[in-house]
Design a protein around this ligand. Structure first.
Ligand code: TMO
Length: 313
């Protein structure tokens, strides 16, 4: 009796469950730890659901995400920033399984910088030129309880760029005056801006564009120009690793089978190309207006419905 039941259940599951499971294979979208990336993940999730797909938002890390796309654990990496993610992106493509699904409609920049009031208050005369950072009188205005008397740079999470910024300080020969601490998340960077302002001390943080801060009065520091190979991880030396960040693209990566398993969703994904104000709007909805990521995505879609619908067809 029991055997028969198991047999029947097995047959039923083959007949009924597996075709459904196949049709409902969810589209897996990575969720990282900065607002525009998370809001864009939610925008895609809501649009794919409108198209009849099921979606899974999967917590992921910046660099390891490309191997996950390559083997199909994720279907997309929808915010791939050239200056910090090009290497794992191209490595996964070289191994096979990850494809380039096009670029967003903008130029990106990721760099250390200061809120404009740091300049206006004269906390480090000569900024935004990096040469101003060579002054001990400047550095001491940027000290914090955890910086051993040095000026502090607050980098993003170490998972984003490893030791690019500590190597930058060494390459510039100013690691005796400045030290790098890593934030736990993007929101810790914005909290630092508020804390420094309240305490009247200088602050240097990692930031990027497009972002909500584009409209909020933020200046990137001018470092020696970037050139191919200047960073240590690209074959550079201590002589060259003081170079600044490159301007770059913002690409969309996809699992090679995504166009076959979800053709309509893949077509939307290839057409989906946000511009700089739109990425800023996604971040602003969360970081200034305090919306949840899902609500920020719903508001964004409502605000750009005609364009979204054009990409859906
Ligand atoms: C990748 N990021 C935009 C946080 O620099």
């Amino acid at each position: 009796m029991l055997k028969t039941l198991i047999k029947v259940a097995a047959i039923v599951s083959v007949l009924v469950i597996s075709p459904i499971a196949k049709a409902a294979d969810p589209i897996r979208i990575p969720v990282l730890n900065w607002s525009s990336q998370i809001v864009m993940a939610n925008v895609m999730a809501q649009v794919f659901e409108e198209m009849g797909h099921t979606v899974e938002l999967v917590p992921a890390e910046s660099a390891s995400r490309y191997e996950a796309v390559r083997i199909g654990d994720l279907h997309v990496a929808h915010e791939t920033w050239e200056s910090t993610m090009a290497i794992p992106f191209y490595e996964a493509m070289d191994k096979g399984g990850l494809i380039d699904a096009g670029s967003h409609d903008l130029i990106t920049f990721e760099e250390m910088g200061i809120p404009n009031w740091v300049i206006d208050d004269g906390l480090c005369p000569g900024l935004p030129s990096w040469e101003a950072l060579k002054s001990p009188d400047c550095a001491k205005n940027f000290a914090t309880a955890d910086s051993e008397g040095k000026g502090r740079w607050l980098e993003g999470p170490q998972e984003w760029h490893g030791d690019v910024m500590p190597n930058r300080l060494k390459g510039l020969g100013i690691d005796g005056l400045w030290t790098v601490k890593f934030a736990g998340s993007a929101s810790a960077l914005w909290a630092e801006l508020e804390a420094a302002k309240k305490e009247g001390r200088g602050t240097v943080i990692f930031n990027w564009s497009p972002n909500f801060t584009d409209a909020a009065g933020f200046t990137f520091i001018d470092f020696p120009p970037y050139f191919e190979g200047c960073r240590l991880e690209n074959g550079g030396t201590l002589e060259t690793t003081g170079c600044g960040s490159p301007k770059g693209w913002l690409k969309k990566a996809a699992y090679i089978k995504f166009p076959l398993t979800h053709p309509d969703a893949y077509k939307f994904y290839t057409k989906m190309a946000f511009n700089a104000p739109q990425i800023g709007e996604m971040a602003n909805n969360v970081d200034n207006l305090g919306m949840s990521h899902a609500d920020a995505a719903t508001a964004f879609i409502a605000n750009h419905r005609a364009q979204i619908d054009l990409w859906k067809n």
